[in-house]
Ligand binder design. Structure first.
Ligand code: NAD
Length: 354
């Protein structure tokens, strides 16, 4: 099991170092894992004049999974667009054919105070949003500007999903549900959109292959409402690019702490890119205060979704729960009575808990 480790910029190297520490501890315990690091983002530009250097891309393609920190920072903001660190990540996602984005939102009981919702509404929350990444109105053609019949200017986009695109993302949704609570909610706007009517038809067809999963459908406006009204009703949500973009950000904020949120982007063969949902946080880079748990939890997702090593993934998640229960907190999730720790101390605590 080969992993390309791309730490990136800002807090990237600090938080990725903690995830690597955790993975190496598991390797000492018998997990067969090979890790190789390469420069990426601003660091890639500094080393090779390209945010996604040839050698880094080669390594990422050859690996079974990619573990990323984050990229970007003020130092690179004035660069021409192709050299910007964020372009490196977009190019890498494209080169690897990543089409499914998995974003779990878990609220640990110890952090219930960080959510803006009432404790009884969110305590114990554990939702997974599966968002399609490469289709929908974000990529549909035609798009652009034109003049209408009254010679007024207008802008337009095309919402579009092909049957294979819907089948493969629905497959990821059902597979994720099988690994969790076996409940899948497909979100669309079937009452208005032709694309959604087709989406629902295909999802219902894919469902025949997963009789163990309870499938439901919900309109996106209702889903947005239900996520803040009664979010614990959901196990896995599967949806298109546009609705998923909005709902995954909404769901992630239910937990209140950006430093706790992992994510995965998968290709058709289960290969994945795993990264925290947050950015490179230049404001706190190099200070040993960043929360490494989102990155550590991303490595747990990697073990579960690319390597099918549920047992090892569970060990990492249990270790994270255990350090939180011990009262250890980085600055972003700190509250009165807890013990404030730095980035590396948090990583060490997770390793100790393993
Ligand atoms: P950000 O997520 O980096 O930071 C937002 C706020 O959250 C900051 O106050 C930061 O200190 C805090 N924060 C983020 N992660 C944290 C952590 N692990 N622990 C504690 N606090 C944390 O978003 P931003 O400030 O909008 O962007 C900063 C840079 O990151 C930009 O260059 C942006 O382009 C880049 N970015 C990269 C990615 C990526 O690599 N996938 C994603 C988003 C933003």
């Amino acid at each position: 099991m080969k992993v390309a480790v791309l730490a990136g910029d800002g807090i990237g190297p600090e938080i990725v170092a903690q995830a690597v520490k955790v993975l190496r501890a598991l390797a000492r315990g018998g997990l067969k894992l090979e890790l190789e690091e390469a420069p990426f983002g601003g660091a890639g530009f500094d080393a090779h004049g390209d945010p996604l250097p040839e050698t880094t891309l080669k390594l990422a393609k050859a690996a079974d999974a990619v573990l990323c920190g984050a990229v970007g920072g003020p130092k690179y903001d004035a660069l021409p667009r192709p050299q910007r660190p964020e372009q490196g990540i977009l190019r890498l996602r494209k080169a690897l054919g990543l089409f499914a984005n998995l974003r779990p939102a878990v609220l640990y009981p110890e952090l219930v105070g960080a959510s803006t919702l009432k404790p009884e509404v969110v305590s114990g929350l554990d939702v997974m949003i599966v968002r399609e990444l490469t289709g929908d109105i974000y990529f549909g053609e035609p798009r652009g500007r034109r003049a209408n019949a009254r010679n007024e200017r207008e802008g337009y986009d095309t919402m579009l999903y092909s049957e294979p695109e819907i089948r493969r993302i629905a497959g990821v949704g059902f597979a994720a549900a099988m690994k969790r609570g076996r409940k899948l909610c497909s979100v669309d706007k079937e009452n208005v959109l032709e694309t959604s009517r087709f989406w629902r038809e295909i999802v219902n067809d894919v469902a025949k292959q997963y009789p163990q999963v309870a499938l439901s459908h919900m309109y996106v406006d209702n889903a947005a409402m239900q996520l803040v009204r009664a979010p614990k009703q959901f196990d896995v949500i599967v949806t298109g690019n546009l609705f998923g973009d909005i709902l995954s950000d909404e769901a992630s904020m239910l937990t209140g702490s950006i430093g706790m949120l992992p994510s995965a982007s998968l290709d058709a063969g289960g290969k994945g890119l795993y990264e925290p949902a947050h950015g490179s946080a230049p404001d706190i880079a190099g200070k040993n205060v960043a929360n490494p748990l989102a990155t550590i939890l991303s490595s747990a997702m990697m073990l579960r979704y690319t390597f099918n090593q549920d047992e090892w993934a569970y060990r990492i998640e249990a270790a994270v729960k255990s350090v939180l229960a011990q009262g250890l907190r980085t600055a972003d999730i700190h509250e009165a009575g807890a013990r404030k720790v730095g980035t590396s101390e948090m990583g060490d605590a997770v390793v100790a808990a393993l």
